[in-house]
Design a protein around this ligand. Structure first.
Ligand SMILES: C[S@@+](CC[C@H](N)C(=O)[O-])C[C@H]1O[C@@H](n2cnc3c(N)ncnc32)[C@H](O)[C@@H]1O
Length: 340
């Protein structure tokens, strides 16, 4: 019997009671092997992971990427973009940008952030880079935009960009997708211009509850199993990012954290609004996106058993009687001038 993974600690300053994970039924050692070895299934249908100019590593990395690459996932990414903007009161990043010329968005997804930042800084060239081409048409780029040419590549191996090139490098919700964060951040450092900035945005893949409203329910069962299976995948990268950025050479490292309620229980109108959007994307999309491959491939759950659990979780969360919340961290750093 595997040990339950240690519950991740809430961020400093977060006065919260962490919900205890339940017991872990399966052999944890097998979980990692299965997750890494899993061949792309039919449930990745719609995905076209063949490289169109990316590195030769792209296909194999894509095969081990656990999130789907279909239209629902694209809708989810656009909804979460809205949540991130709400968290920053309409801003696209915490970093104060002054006339940026070259911007890179690593793991861009639908490219919605890259398009918005290009609109905000029309003189800048934003390169949206992603692991795999979208499964169907690129909904945000019906016409080729010379300032937003998509690069399809794996962010981890050596980059083709010139050194000291980007004024700003942005990466959002790549936790669980990047195997070698030090290598990625070292590339960011090399290709960021001296004085340029990097910003990494990650949600905590976990929930907290302060008032005991999460009792022995399907949601508690789902959460305990999610924690157990995700423990080996480094999903919860946010708390490690400040040290990783500093280790890569960045200075002035800051972390800005925001509470993200799962539902509309908060009294505060802004949090209620955030919670409404976050719950919609979670119930309709993220819940399945983040746990289907994990539960069925790594955890050995039968699809029917998994779907029954998810249906119960959705019902419970819709009642608004369970008061869960999570956090999003915006971690920034600057490349020192002297390192050029
Ligand atoms: C959860 S989505 C986030 C999309 C986008 N950053 C956003 O916030 O809307 C993760 C994205 O990272 C890409 N990705 C995953 N692993 C990657 C890797 N090793 N290199 C580059 N992109 C990767 C996926 O193809 C997907 O587009």
């Amino acid at each position: 019997m595997a040990k339950s993974p240690k519950a991740p600690s809430p961020p400093a300053g977060g006065a919260s009671t962490h919900v205890s994970p339940g017991s872990a039924p399966a052999d944890e050692a097998n979980v990692l092997v299965e997750a890494e070895d899993a061949a792309p299934d039919d449930d990745d249908s719609g995905s076209d992971y063949s490289s169109i100019g990316g590195s030769s590593a792209t296909t194999s990395v894509a095969s081990s990427y656990l999130l789907p690459n279909d239209e629902t996932e694209q809708e989810r990414l656009d909804l979460t973009h809205h949540v991130f903007c709400l968290l920053l009161n309409g801003a696209l990043c915490v970093t104060q940008l002054e006339k940026p010329q070259n911007i890179l968005d690593i793991g861009t997804g639908t490219g919605i952030w890259a398009i918005d930042i290009s609109d905000l800084h029309p003189s800048a060239t934003c390169t949206p880079q992603r692991l795999a081409p979208l499964s169907d048409r690129d909904k945000h780029q019906p016409e080729p935009d010379p300032d937003a040419m998509f690069q399809v590549d794996d962010a981890t191996p050596e980059w083709m960009f010139p050194p000291d090139h980007f004024d700003f490098i942005h990466a959002r919700t790549l936790g669980g997708a990047i195997r070698d964060w030090p290598a990625l951040l070292s590339s960011c450092f090399e290709h960021c211009r001296p004085g340029g900035h990097v910003e990494l945005v990650e949600g905590r893949p976990d929930f907290w509850c302060d008032d005991g409203s999460l009792t022995d329910m399907a949601t508690a069962k789902w959460l305990a199993e999610f924690r157990r299976l995700a423990a080996s995948l480094d999903f919860d990268i946010a708390p490690k990012l400040p040290a990783l950025l500093a280790g890569a050479g960045f200075v002035d490292v800051t972390t800005t954290q925001r509470v993200v309620p799962l539902g509309t229980s908060p009294k505060d109108a802004h949090l209620k609004e955030v919670g409404r959007w976050f719950r919609t994307q979670f119930i309709d999309m993220a819940l399945e996106a983040y746990s289907l491959a994990l539960f069925t491939r790594a955890g050995g759950w039968a699809n029917i058993e998994f779907q029954v659990l998810l249906a119960k979780v959705r019902e419970e969360l819709k009642t608004n009687k369970i008061h869960l919340y999570t956090y999003t961290a915006f971690v920034t750093g600057r490349k020192p001038e002297a390192s050029s």
